[in-house]
Design a protein around this ligand. Structure first.
Ligand code: RNT
Ligand code: ZN
Length: 417
């Protein structure tokens, strides 16, 4: 393999790209691996566990999904062995260690996440966190933080307050701030009469939530927008415009999910726009298929564009990258491995870009030269540099990693019944 890497290195050097420098940047790049691919966003609350809702729907019934915390952790440990680099784990509030007790969402506390913190410590993983605003009877009528029913609204405000407290606890324990992301399903199937009213209520609820402030060394708050969801086709309270304005006016981080825009709208284009006015940004790397379908991430144009925009913007800006997909129709460990590896390959491709040469050609008005160089890059030996990165990290290379997925399915997943 060393030969292949050296050949690739020489070929990239011809276009002024230093592969060693790119690999260094990739080693510093962190993905926050989502915990919810392993069990189809079910979570482990005893009441109503496993029910999706609020537009979140994993489809398929491939055998072997994680049925409890132990299995979920085993699966994540296995997936991480197939993903080169140092990454984080993104938990949802519904994945607490509730010890078989029913703990409603407004009652969750740091103690329910203590076993996660110690497990993560053993794994050398840092945690990120999310309040869980779906799959709950008080979310069934389609509204949470923007509900006109004060009881419902107060319940969800209390939940997010608890979730932020837990995030701050994680941040303190791990010596690295936990990114806490708020996504709510609120919206309407058909044309509303009072868009303004719901958005005003959401603003008030968020402002109440953020009255409690924690140091930035413990928690980083983000808010995630969406264009539409199943059952909220006509109106989503927390739209992109809403959260962009909210985040800028309240100094919070915006979360852009790649599946939450119109299919012809490029989420990657938004990075440089938002970063004119914000120092940080959270991304949910996902793959929409006609709609926000949360397909497993592959090396698509959209992913390439996103990675390149982030790589070009990086200096002085903090861009946090989380994965957000769930597919219940295939081996779920394979889903993690393919999705995370594809995301990392996209970032590697971005780091292997002869950025200044491209800008040079652009500024000289040589647009066809810019295009030709971009096209040439697509047939450069990215895979050889990638395999080298895998080897450096003691992770199976491209030809081998699926063997591990298959073996785990045979030895572990297939025995889950
Ligand atoms: C939903 C949002 C949200 C969720 C996760 C599970 O459309 O993308 O981020 O996917 O919180
Ligand atoms: Zn998302």
């Amino acid at each position: 393999m060393a030969d292949r890497y050296n050949d690739a290195k020489a070929r990239y050097a011809e276009i002024g790209v230093d592969t060693d420098a790119a690999l260094k940047r990739l080693a510093d790049f962190t993905l926050s691996l989502h915990c919810w691919q392993a069990d189809d966003v079910g979570g482990f609350e005893s009441a109503g566990a496993g029910l999706s809702g609020g537009g979140i729907q994993a489809t398929g019934n491939y055998p072997g999904k994680a049925r409890n915390l132990g299995e979920l952790r085993d699966d994540i440990e296995t997936a991480l062995k197939l993903i080169p680099g140092k990454h984080r784990l993104n938990l949802h509030a519904s994945y607490g260690d509730f010890g078989g007790k029913t703990v409603d969402r407004d009652r969750i506390a740091p103690e329910h996440f203590a076993s996660w913190v110690s497990w993560a410590g053993e794994q050398g993983l840092k945690l990120d966190f999310n309040c869980t605003m779906f799959s709950h009877k008080l979310a069934d009528d389609g509204f949470t933080l923007s509900s006109k029913d004060k009881k419902i609204r107060d319940f969800w405000i209390a939940h997010v307050e608890r979730a932020r407290e837990i995030s701050a606890y994680m941040g303190r324990e791990q010596g690295s701030p936990a990114v806490h992301n708020i996504w709510i399903p609120d919206g309407m199937k058909d044309y509303p009469a009072d868009r303004f009213g719901y958005r005003r209520i959401l603003t008030e609820s968020l402002d109440r939530i953020f009255e409690t402030s924690y140091p930035e060394t413990e928690i980083l708050d983000a808010v995630e927008s969406k264009l539409f969801g199943i059952g909220s086709e006509a109106f989503v309270v927390g739209s992109h415009d809403f959260y962009l304005a909210y985040a800028i006016s309240r100094d919070k981080m915006l979360c852009l999910d790649m599946g939450h825009f119109h299919p012809t709208e490029l989420a990657a284009d938004k990075v440089s726009a938002v970063l004119q006015f914000q120092d940080s940004l959270l991304l949910h790397v996902s793959r929409p298929m006609r709609w926000d379908s949360d397909h497993i991430v592959v090396l698509s144009d959209e992913l390439y564009f996103m990675a390149h925009e982030v790589a070009r913007a990086e200096s002085g800006k903090n861009i946090y990258v989380g994965l957000d997909f769930f597919d219940a129709s295939v081996n779920r460990i394979g889903a993690y491995a393919v999705g995370a590896r594809s995301a990392l390959k996209a970032w590697l491709a971005a780091y292997l870009e002869p950025a200044s040469e491209l800008v040079c050609r652009e500024e000289a008005g040589d647009y066809i030269g810019r295009m030709a160089l971009s096209e040439r890059l697509k047939t450069m030996p990215l895979g050889d540099v990638w395999d080298h990165f895998c080897e450096m990290n003691g992770v199976p290379v491209e030809t081998d990693y699926m063997n591990e997925v298959t073996a785990y399915e045979r030895d572990v997943l297939s025995k889950r019944g």
